[in-house]
Design a protein around this ligand. Structure first.
Ligand code: GLN
Length: 194
């Protein structure tokens, strides 16, 4: 199993560290050719407009859409925005997840916060019902999940903040900035499904 982290811009180092800690082969992905031997890819947080523009510039858009047909992709924060079909404004998007996303959904007053989240899918493999520490940094929210896409966790006020569509995963928060590796392990389990 080998999992790449898209390293065009943003918080890719922290994802690399978490994957290394889990004993998975990893690579920083900067060119489309490097996708060839991966089982999965993480698209990190950062600035979604920058990630999108760089992805276009380096010819990633079609290769990533192909990749998403059979392999797994997990987008965190800006990565979630980039995976979405609809964000209500023009910027380069992969559009592989049937989700509607609103950028910077929590406003300036509370642009960063940590919130314990109940994530039932993490509980299925003996990871218990312990809340997951959700680290939100100028985070987006999910306005809707359609078709095959499903909401997998919400804030206590009901705001949807993570979704899954087959092997595609999107979180508005940053599990790579915590010590809790359950989300990374969950993604690795998804990649093992045929
Ligand atoms: N606000 C950023 C965006 O809209 C995302 C922030 C993040 O990834 N931490 O792209």
């Amino acid at each position: 199993m080998k999992v790449g982290v898209l390293a065009l811009q943003g918080a890719f180092v922290e994802h690399m560290a978490m994957l290394a800690r889990l004993g998975v082969a990893t690579a920083e992905i900067r060119l489309p050719e490097q996708l060839a031997d991966l089982d999965g890819l993480i698209i990190p947080g950062g600035e979604s407009t920058t990630i999108g523009k760089l992805a276009e510039k380096y010819g990633f858009m079609e290769p990533l859409r192909q990749f998403a047909q059979e392999k797994g992709i997990w987008g965190t924060c800006a990565g979630m925005i980039f995976l979405a079909k609809d964000i209500g404004r023009e910027q380069p998007l992969l559009g592989v997840m049937d989700i509607v996303v609103e950028r910077n959904a929590f406003g300036r007053q509370v642009d960063s916060f940590v919130m314990p989240l109940e994530v039932p899918v993490l509980g299925e493999n003996g990871d218990g019902k312990r809340p997951f520490p959700g680290v939100f940094i100028r985070a987006p929210r999910l306005v809707a999940a359609k078709g095959e896409a499903q909401i997998i966790t919400r804030l206590p006020d009901g705001t949807a903040v993570a979704a899954q569509q087959g092997k595609l995963l999107a979180t508005a928060f940053h599990p790579e900035l915590t010590d809790d590796d359950r989300f990374h392990r969950y993604f690795l389990r998804l990649l093992q499904h045929k």
